[in-house]
Write a protein that binds this ligand. Sequence first.
Ligand code: BES
Ligand code: MN
Ligand code: ZN
Length: 504
Amino acid sequence: MEFSIKTGSTEKQHHNCVIVGVYESHQLSDSAKAIDALSSGYLSNIIKRGDMDGKSEKTLMLHDVPGMHSDRVLLVGLGKEDGFTDKQYAKAVRASVKALAASGASEAVSYLVELPVKALSLRRKVSLLAEVALDATYRFDAIKRKKDAAEENDAKKGVKRLTIHIADATHVKEAEAGLADGKALAAGVSLTKDLGNLPPNVCTPTYLAEQALGLGKTYGLKVEVLERAELETLGMGSFLGVAKGSEEPPKLIVMQHLKGKPGQKPVVLVGKGITFDTGGISLKPGAEMDEMKYDMCGAASVLGTFRTIAEMGLPLNVVGIIPTCENMPDGRATRPGDVLTSMSGLTIEVLNTDAEGRLILCDALTYAERFEPSAVVDIATLTGACVIALGHHATGLFSNNDDLAQELLQAGETALDRAWHMPLWDDYQPQLDSNFADMGNIGGRAAGSITAACFLSRFTKKYDWAHLDIAGTAWKSGKEKGGTGRPVPLLTEFLVSRAGHAQR
Ligand code: BES
Ligand code: MN
Ligand code: ZN
């Protein structure tokens, strides 16, 4: 989809479609009012008849509205006018783009940016519009040879162009900056979705490493890929213990975006990259096991975020570390009862080979120490228990530093990609006790997402650290099965805000 910014009166110009809003109070937005006046009350009549109640996400496509040069007017319900929020705004944008995609119009002009949204700048409104429009029209068809008829029809139609109308010509620069932000974010989100959606026989650890190297080439980032022999030298016995059962060689990907001041301590992002999680010898049940191809979404979110901040040229030092391998059952695979020695020297009794995410992350977290980070954030589809606790709306957030936790929570609120703060109290630590090693890798059924975080906390004592459990938010099941691109918006907002502070 192409975007452009326009100012001035466009009612007289010819568009396939003009997008305007109406509140559930039946109050029209400014441009809807203008169209209503131009058409001698055509819009207000329709609303009076009850065909559009202005409820959030409702849409009504009107054709050949009198007095209009454009073919269509799309009325979008906005919901409550009082305290109109960024969430309502995003919903209206999404609904309008979906309705547009389902229509015969291939381009449109949207007037939704004119809506006053509590605490949102014009730049943010434009950025959010582009981000949501691109998210709503994302499609994964890279490996579908035969598109079904309906999709083929849609593809032909598609929305090719969206013009964003802004009221004030003196604000074009601000709007252009917002458009660039939104497109950069959407590019990262789309990469994260693509990597999640790819089948596990394509998206292997080697494939992820190639993606990182590709990003490095495109954006001039420093990217290293550490192979098995180097991981052995580093003493990453925990990570290697997970990789042992697979024919696919493990990789440790290290990426560096160094656009901050020289010497500035970097933010380190660590992403779980299990390209398929069978559970290993503690084999998972068969139902929906295909979804364990998404177990690399933490890694994908690091790659996506790097794409976004590189596009933006964000003035900050950021390091990405991705431990990636498969978790497979095999004659050589790690057994329940085996004891592994991690890079930190701490020993781990593997009581369940399906708790493998923490085993690859702990070595990557130890490796992170060498960058003398200002903060480390790991992102992982770590526990089913997190899905039970928070469902599919909030990412689970754990941290050894309350300020860092607040920063990430705020970034999630701003980015409409929310997280919820979970406890990391010492009270839970004894659940990891082992009779045979420094710790076990599981803590029993109770508080499963917390004991997983407690396990990681034992490897993050030397720096400020937060852990994002994205098991419930990284992808959707059912009819809309697919990667969501979360938490790229949260991470980007967190880094953008850090870069802002660093400059001041
Ligand atoms: N990748 C899974 C977590 C997961 C499960 C994510 C379901 C999304 C949906 C992780 O490796 C895992 O298997 N965790 C176990 C831990 C348990 C053995 C302590 C789990 O959550 O069941
Ligand atoms: Mn597992
Ligand atoms: Zn897993």
